[in-house]
Design a protein around this ligand. Structure first.
Ligand SMILES: C[S@@+](CC[C@H](N)C(=O)[O-])C[C@H]1O[C@@H](n2cnc3c(N)ncnc32)[C@H](O)[C@@H]1O
Length: 215
């Protein structure tokens, strides 16, 4: 049974296996059940802290991986991370600078919860829209998007928006989501359009596999 602090069995299992959070098992399951990541794909992880999805991505691709979060992410060998808000144009520009091609965008971002269900749901859908906009700007034609969402009255709206941009869209509810959770993952495959050209305005400090001192 899940506890308020997340120190449940799934959490303990994740720690034992060296993962940074219980969320690792969600992405593991999604990748096992959905063909969204090929062995050499480049990936961007939005809302990546503390980094367990980055760990799973590292196990599943030899391509380049970039993780972005509002909070700092502890360095991880072979992964580039930086602190930023993925809704900002300069974050998009930074990613386009770092990666020549983006094959997959994953997003497990959550807003700070207020406890008011309908408000929190609306904020989550706002984040989804931002993640979709980000993906539209960076993905290569045929690229994929995996994005956490929440079932509720606004969910059909974001689901429709995603369907306008990808040829194949489904949903996935993971076994390791907490009991009673409305959390659901949108799995969008085969992006219809190409990446837009964006120019960087500002430069930020970026941790790369070369400069993070861990390799
Ligand atoms: C549930 S955690 C992600 C866990 C992560 N997938 C892992 O496996 O370690 C959600 C994260 O989303 C981040 N986040 C929320 N809004 C964001 C934004 N606009 N830009 C970047 N990160 C954001 C939060 O800071 C938080 O760290």
């Amino acid at each position: 049974m899940g506890s308020q602090w997340g120190r449940d069995k799934v959490y303990q299992k994740a720690m034992k296996q060296g993962y940074r959070s219980r969320a690792s098992f969600k992405l593991k399951e999604i990748l096992e059940k959905n063909l969204v990541l090929r062995p050499h794909d480049n990936v961007v992880d939005l809302g990546a802290a503390p980094g367990s999805w980055l760990q799973i991505l590292k196990e599943n691709t030899s391509g380049m991986i970039v993780g972005i979060d509002l909070n700092p992410i502890q360095p991880l060998e072979g992964v580039t991370t930086f602190t930023g808000d993925f809704s900002k144009p300069r974050t998009v520009a930074r990613v386009l600078e770092l990666l020549p091609v983006v094959n997959l965008v994953v997003c497990d971002a959550s807003p700070k919860l207020s406890g008011h269900k309908s408000y929190d749901q609306a904020r989550s859908i706002d984040l989804n829209k931002m993640a979709l906009d980000f993906a539209i700007q960076v993905l290569c034609p045929g690229g994929n998007l995996v994005m956490k969402s929440f079932q509720g009255e606004d969910f059909p709206w974001i689901y429709r928006k995603v369907k306008e941009e990808f040829f194949r869209v489904t949903t996935h509810k993971t076994h390791s989501s907490r009991k009673g959770s409305t959390e659901i993952y949108i799995i969008a495959r085969n992006f219809i359009a190409g990446r837009e050209d964006l120019f960087d305005e500002e430069s930020e400090e970026v941790i790369t596999p070369e400069n993070n001192g861990s390799s």
